[in-house]
Design a protein around this ligand. Structure first.
Ligand code: ZN
Length: 305
């Protein structure tokens, strides 16, 4: 479709108004809440004591799963599929604003309703030319009470040719999976090149955070600094990647979440250790691997307890 036709489709989708989806496959339940609290490191006992879910779980209850059926389609899906087919295949989320009306209670079954609100563009962005698509999801209780809302905006962009494909000569040497290095993350990669594991800190309240970002989630300060981590850690969680094949890597390999004694977690490969000996809680230490002429990646090898 051309730009005008894309806008026509967007207007059509918006005119559908709020479209109800299928009710959640499972009611709000304690096991899922426990998994979430574990994963988030949230030790607040109030949720399970009061029989309610953390509000930020809103989306969890109605995720359609990998085998989506046609009846799970929302007005957004048709818009996204058409943008893909029109060459705007790149996607990056830009905004997510959630509003919570009340806690979802254990035992109740939520139903999502989606309203496509806006298609803006085409606009030139750093990633390429694209459209910003915005929609709103409201989760309703069985008696039609809104429990939570989410405004979601994505940029669907046309990946720039020429940049995604380096010249033939470099292509042979360069590691195919380059990290996205930007203003917020440059200090980290600069540190890695020098054999330092740098963790962003807030220059005002001193709170550590990883991955790096523009604002301190603790005090909202934009004044940044960093600390150099000791390079010790313990394996908090991991997966063994067997499939699909990853360019530049040999499968299987281990992707770990490493807990640093400094108080943050970082994702990295666990290397120099037979896969069957990898276990949660094992002591690790950082090691730096040169992937190509430019890129060094921090990885983790067995360390001393
Ligand atoms: Zn702060």
């Amino acid at each position: 479709m051309n730009d005008e036709e894309l806008h026509e489709l967007a207007d059509k989708q918006a005119a559908l108004g709020e479209v109800r989806g299928t009710p959640a496959r499972d009611p709000v339940n304690a096991p899922m809440i426990r998994h979430w609290l574990d994963a988030m490191g949230d030790e607040n006992p109030a949720y399970l004591e009061k029989g309610v879910a953390p509000p930020a779980m809103a989306q969890v209850w109605t995720m359609p799963g990998v085998r989506r059926s046609a009846k799970d389609r929302s007005p957004v899906d048709d818009m996204m599929a058409t943008l893909d087919a029109s060459g705007y295949t790149g996607v990056v989320a830009t905004n997510c604003e959630q509003t919570y009306h009340r806690h979802a209670r254990i035992g109740e079954r939520l139903t999502p309703a989606t309203r496509f609100t806006e298609l803006a563009g085409p606009k030139k962005t750093a990633l390429g030319v694209g459209f910003f698509a915005t929609w709103k999801v409201t989760w309703y209780s069985e008696d039609d009470e809104p429990v939570a809302e989410m405004l979601f905006r994505v940029l669907k962009f046309r990946p720039r040719a020429g940049e995604s494909r380096p010249p033939e000569k470099e292509q042979a040497a360069a590691y195919p999976l380059q990290p996205a290095i930007n203003q917020d993350t440059a200090f980290f990669w600069e540190g890695v090149k020098q054999g330092e594991l740098r963790i962003q800190t807030c220059a005002d309240c001193g709170e550590l955070r990883h991955p790096p970002g523009p604002l301190c989630p603790h005090c909202r300060s934009a004044n940044l600094a960093y600390a150099v981590a000791s390079g010790q850690g313990t394996l908090y969680s991991y997966v063994v990647h067997h499939h699909p094949p990853v360019p530049g890597r040999q499968t299987p390999f281990v992707v770990g979440v490493v807990e640093l004694p400094e108080g943050v977690r970082i994702v990295g490969n666990v290397v120099d250790c037979p896969i069957e000996e990898v276990s949660v809680g094992m002591p690790l230490r950082v090691t730096y691997r040169r992937m190509d002429e430019q890129l060094v990646l921090p990885m983790w090898m067995p360390g001393e307890a």
